[in-house]
Design a protein around this ligand. Structure first.
Ligand SMILES: C[C@](O)(C(=O)O)[C@H](CC(=O)O)C(=O)O
Ligand SMILES: [Mg+2]
Length: 300
């Protein structure tokens, strides 16, 4: 009821432990706090807080227009609604290495279990688009070092994302990832790998957990959890999947209302009132006030 029953510190410790277990953790993107509840209910291992989703949610392109306050605010809202660890996309860290340090502390205060900082230049863009630019190794290393030094909870996971694969190729990506691990990264997010062999090569070259980004309409094929696990991947994110699904459904329903004058034939595909109330745990609030959930809910 109301909020997560575990503290941020407990979630971070649990996340570290799960990561150490060698299994693949599946982490869908929560496009709002409510969807984080659904992700938890369905038994997933964590929730991802995507920069692309946050920007899109505000009606903005994903080109570094969102602010640290917006990302921290959304992280607070999502992290407190679930007992799952939250992993947040901190883009380039919102500025110079000193800004990165502040970003880490703000996001730590927001209650996330981990965050990733990338090596793109500003204005950044979706990692699966062409025409990206990355900063030099020295600047990338300084960002990660600043991030690792700034955390107060040693269990906060600092993940380094490198976008260099799409710019300088795979050898450069492995080299960059190694340097970022030496700088203090606890995990690596190699962006826009082309095939499973590239994921495998990255995992073999590093002794920290590696993340795979299974975003749709991107550079990577959509591999199964089994394929990724076999390649050595330890975390897979589905960052924009739920937003794309929800928006696809919303568009179809709008078209239907326009065409048929009613939404009636879309109702079977909707979350029912009863399902929504269950997810919101209406009945749990009766512990405070037995007058809250004293009605029956129509629908399944
Ligand atoms: C993972 C990502 O950084 C995100 O913000 O969710 C994006 C996802 C996307 O735009 O599809 C990315 O750069 O891959
Ligand atoms: Mg992003």
């Amino acid at each position: 009821m109301l909020y997560a029953t575990t503290s941020a510190a407990e979630k971070r410790a649990a996340f570290r432990e799960r990561l150490g277990s060698g299994e693949l953790l599946q982490v869908p993107g929560a496009f709002n706090p409510l969807s984080a509840r659904l992700i938890e209910e369905k038994g997933f291992d964590g929730v991802y807080i995507s920069g692309a989703v946050l920007a899109a949610d505000l009606g903005l392109p994903d080109i570094g227009l969102t602010t640290l306050s917006e990302v921290a605010g959304r992280s607070t809202q999502i992290a407190r609604m679930t007992n799952l660890p939250a992993l947040v996309d901190a883009d380039t860290g919102f500025g110079e290495p000193m800004n990165v340090a502040r970003t880490v502390q703000e996001l730590e205060d927001a209650g996330v279990a981990g965050l990733h900082i990338e090596d793109q230049v500003n204005p950044k863009r979706c990692g699966h688009l062409d025409g990206k630019q990355v900063v030099d190794a020295d600047t990338a290393v300084k960002r990660i070092r600043a991030a690792a030094d700034a955390r107060r909870d040693p269990n906060l996971l600092i993940m380094a994302r490198t976008d260099i694969r799409g710019v300088d190729g795979m050898a450069a990506a492995i080299d960059r990832a190694k340097r970022l691990v030496d700088a203090g990264a606890d995990a690596v997010f190699p962006e826009a790998m082309r095939d499973l062999g590239e994921f495998e090569a990255m995992c073999e070259s590093l002794d920290v957990p590696v993340l795979a980004n299974m975003t749709e309409f991107g550079k990577s094929e959509l591999f199964t959890a089994q394929q990724l696990q076999d390649a050595g991947i330890r975390i897979v994110i589905y960052p924009v999947t739920l937003l794309r699904s929800a928006m696809g459904a919303a568009e179809r329903t709008l078209d239907l209302i326009a065409a048929e004058g009613t939404q009636a034939s879309a109702v079977d595909d909707m979350q029912t009132r009863a399902q929504l109330y269950e997810l919101l745990d209406y009945s749990g609030y009766n512990a405070f006030d037995s007058g809250i959930f004293n009605f029956t809910v129509p629908g399944r």
